[in-house]
Design a protein around this ligand. Structure first.
Ligand code: ADP
Length: 200
């Protein structure tokens, strides 16, 4: 097997954009772990941990978990050995304050993000996909109000991080409408244009 190339990637997109699915595919291609804050919170809620108890009401409402708490969890996760030569972040940073926290952490390790994949889908498409997911997965935050609230937070708090990363020239806007394979291919080709090549 070829050695995994170092890649530090962030995938961003509105709820229902498919970023979770695409994130897993891309991370597998690079041999890097996915670090999804939503998954970490859900696993803790399910496991009944102290963190889970702290965040269950917040996530059920679709509000953001406090920045300091979230950033601390991400720092811990990124400090594990498997993230030493790269990682794919999904769901973090989610606002400009968290971008600052991540910058501070990464620069302390002489690292920086290599690419930010923006998975672009229209709001109506997001809502339609989330309604399907609500039926399939029964997530407690996938109610009609929960979905609308999270999309509002995305537009007001998360979308502005793209301006910050845009100034650094690392954002690739990818059309998120199409088949799973088509979208993975678009991402692969954008990353490869940056010199980030999937192993297999
Ligand atoms: P979605 O993208 O569908 O909202 P996620 O799985 O990314 O789902 O996140 C689920 C919930 O976890 C969010 O609504 C929020 O409550 C919490 N969460 C996830 N990531 C963050 C973050 N970076 N900062 C604060 N809260 C977060």
């Amino acid at each position: 097997m070829t050695a995994a190339s170092a890649a530090r990637i962030l995938i961003v997109g509105p709820q229902g954009s498919g970023k979770g699915t695409q994130g897993v595919r891309v991370a597998e291609g690079f041999g890097i772990p996915v670090v999804s804050t939503g998954d970490i919170f859900r696993a803790n809620i399910k496991g009944g941990t102290e963190l889970g108890r702290k965040v269950s009401d917040i996530t059920a409402r679709g509000d953001l978990v406090p920045d300091e708490l979230t950033s601390e969890i991400v720092r811990d996760r990124l400090s594990q050995d498997d993230a030493a030569s790269g990682f794919l972040l999904d769901g973090y940073p989610r606002n400009v304050a968290q971008v600052g926290h991540l910058d501070e952490f990464l620069s302390g390790r002489d690292e920086a993000l290599d690419a930010v994949i923006l998975l672009d889908v229209p709001r109506e498409e997001s809502i339609a996909r989330l309604k399907l997911r609500a039926d399939e997965q029964g997530r407690s935050d996938d109610t009609e109000e929960g979905i609308a609230h999270r999309l509002d937070i995305y537009e007001n708090e998360t979308a502005p991080i793209l301006a910050v990363y845009g100034e650094r020239g690392i954002v690739d806007r990818i059309d998120g409408v199409g088949s799973l394979d088509e979208i993975t291919e678009r991402i692969r080709s954008a990353l490869s244009a940056r010199g980030l090549t999937l192993a297999a």
